[in-house]
Write a protein that binds this ligand. Structure first.
Ligand code: F6R
Length: 607
């Protein structure tokens, strides 16, 4: 979604701001803009890629040492120069960028128009610029504070005023803002990736806080005027991981990083002698957790499919009843959050608005709320009672890949932790641990087949539709495989529980409608083979993923991808890898922008 970066210091701001915008590109955007405070002040906005804005900035921007910049993902008003941020007030003295949605903007705008303000865009954001102007009496932080008290909705904002050349005021409610404090410079951004090269000292702004930044220092007050004293925290961030290295795309790099992502998810988290998991982030709630009887997992998109896997693994390893709910639907359910209910929010970004809303609702109702989050310090990580970081490293490709395999690993560890305090035997626990520890090398083996998957992509990428089928542990993987193909290659794909085929989808099958079948030699193998035969009888093409020593499928299917033998519950960590590669290569062969698929954003901060 939209991105903000702001800088005040002793270096020319333009390079720092443009570099920051490029770091934010992966979040999704359709236009961008920059303001640099100089004499005269410089404002440039453009539609499309940041490279377009960059060209203009290098040609014409001054060397001013403070400024703000923005990438916009349109919500109110089409992508256009006039609607791009920064927006200004009537006197063009105040410049403002905004992430989020101002719900009462029409009412505020009506009042502002009646008092003489003139608007130049269709955005809700411009209302904020005029509102701050109306409240300004010489102190920018106070003006922002007064203006925001009138606002309903969500915001992360950065504001500059010509009367305060070295000052940037930022504020947040429901949309992240992180401050970066260096020796002679201060920055702010909506995502740490835009700060990380400049400082490792950060401050996470909380909802309803307004911060005033000057070079090398900051102060925070709340909207209701309490002053906040908060120190910086050190950022544990590997800058090198933000570059693509020799890979043509971030998505491919991140698919290939999965062996390390699983290793990192497991590191220091297994107690072999007790065949149990050690999850430091859950220690503070361990007593309540180990007594819990009911688990509700809430998440969206790929994280939701991880949650569906979570249902199977928790039900297998523990005696808990488990529900997996789309975070966006959570509020419409009349859930009985009885005592002993645990709600687990899963999110790569830790900023997904629907997941955040669901966890807040669960907290309100008294549930113990846990997080499984990748981005350290993100809002979901901070708002849950306790949680586990997936430690997958920064994921820049818009499609989730390595964060998914990390999520599956940690869900298995969480289930193991609870299961071992109940009925799960030492031997069963050990079997799971042994299987998990083999996964990184087994993924490396699968990745060696990348060329084979590319050839399959050449054969199948022109299909208009694709079906993915699997049972039990492979059902969420069928859904995930279909989602990847949709979002990366723009091929219409459906994921189905294989048993549902004859209840409808089989009507679609014809020679032009291929199916990918997840056919591992596990408890459901024979039934999946029956589904394959039914598809074959209708002349549907079949591409199957199966285990290495299975020699029986060859004459039933058109193409095969083999994965190493493993435990049934751990197999999803392997089967998802060729499906990610298939989507990636189909996307590349069809000329799609695989790292930034159209209409999508990495972090979905609006509901
Ligand atoms: C798919 C994808 C999205 C996200 C979803 C949730 O590849 O990336 O479906 O999984 O938007 O995002 P997080 O996990 O950040 O809450």
């Amino acid at each position: 979604m939209c991105g903000i970066v702001a800088y005040t210091g002793d270096q020319p701001a333009k390079g720092i701001l443009i570099e920051g915008l490029k770091r934010l590109e992966y979040r999704g955007y359709d236009s961008s803009g920059i303001f640099i405070l100089d004499s005269p002040p410089y404002l440039a906005r453009s539609v499309g890629k940041v490279a377009e804005l960059e060209r203009r900035v290098w040609n014409s921007a001054p060397d001013g040492v403070a400024g703000i910049a923005h990438t916009r993902w349109a919500t109110h008003g089409k992508p256009s120069e006039a609607n791009a941020h920064p927006h200004t007030d009537c006197g063009s003295k105040l410049f403002l960028v905004h992430n989020g949605i101002i719900e009462n903007y029409q009412l505020l705008k009506k009042h502002l128009v009646e008092t003489g303000h003139q608007f130049k865009s269709e955005t809700d954001t411009e209302v904020l610029a005029h509102l701050v102007e109306a409240c300004y009496q010489g102190n920018l932080q106070v003006a922002v504070q007064k203006a925001l008290l009138q606002v309903q909705g969500t915001f992360g904002i950065a504001v500059m005023h010509l009367d305060h050349p070295h000052t940037i005021v930022v504020a947040r409610r429901g949309s992240p803002i992180i401050l970066g404090i260096g020796e002679k410079a201060s920055l702010a951004a909506s995502d740490v990736s835009a700060l990380a090269q400049h400082t490792d000292q950060v401050v996470y702004l909380e909802d309803n806080e307004v911060a005033c930044l000057e070079p090398g220092k900051f102060s925070i007050i709340t909207l209701d005027n309490r002053s906040v004293s908060r120190g910086t925290t050190s950022l544990d961030w590997d800058i090198e991981s933000m570059d693509r290295g020799s890979f043509p795309h971030y998505m491919l790099k991140e698919i290939f990083e999965q062996p390390e992502a699983v290793e990192n998810a497991l590191r220091g988290r297994v107690n072999h002698s007790e065949a149990v998991a050690k999850l430091g982030g859950l220690e503070s709630v361990q007593e309540r957790l180990l007594q819990a009887r009911h688990l509700i997992i809430v998440s969206c998109g790929t994280s939701f499919y991880a949650g569906l896997f979570g249902r199977y693994i928790f039900e297998t390893l523990t005696d808990m009843t488990v529900e997996t709910e789309l975070a966006s639907e959570f509020r419409y359910r009349k859930l009985n959050l009885r005592q002993g209910t645990v709600v687990l929010a899963i999110s790569q970004s830790g900023e997904t608005a629907d997941t955040l809303a669901a966890l807040r609702e669960a907290k309100r109702k008294g549930a113990l709320v846990l997080g499984l989050v990748n981005v350290v310090g993100s809002t979901i990580a901070r708002e849950t009672h306790a949680g586990v970081y997936s430690h997958a490293g920064i994921e820049i490709g818009v499609a989730s890949t390595k964060s998914f395999t990390s999520q599956l690993t940690i869900l298995t560890l969480m289930a193991l932790l609870i299961g071992r305090s109940r009925d799960l035997s030492y031997e069963e626990g050990h079997e799971i641990i042994r299987a998990l520890e083999k996964v990184p090398d087994q993924i490396r083996e699968i990745l060696k087949q990348a060329n084979h998957v590319r050839e399959l992509a050449e054969k199948y990428c022109h299909a208009d539709h694709f079906l993915f089928i699997g049972r039990k542990y492979q059902y969420p993987i069928a859904l995930e495989g279909a989602l990847k193909l949709k979002e990366i290659a723009y091929i219409h794909a459906e994921g189905y529980a294989a048993g549902e085929m004859k209840h409808g989808p089989i009507a679609l099958i014809d020679p032009k409608f291929p199916t990918l079948a997840l056919a591992l030699e596990d408890g459901s193998y024979e039934r999946v083979v029956s589904n394959i035969q039914e598809i074959r009888a209708r002349e549907g093409q079949i591409l199957a993923v199966t285990t290495e020593r299975n020699t029986k499928l060859g004459n039933l299917v058109d193409d095969l991808i083999y994965i190493p033998e493993t435990h049934e519950a751990v197999a999803p960590l392997l089967t998802v890898v060729p499906l990610q590669l298939l989507a990636y290569y189909c996307g590349v062969l069809l000329g799609r922008d695989v790292d930034k698929p159209r209409n999508l954003a990495k972090s979905v901060t609006v509901e």
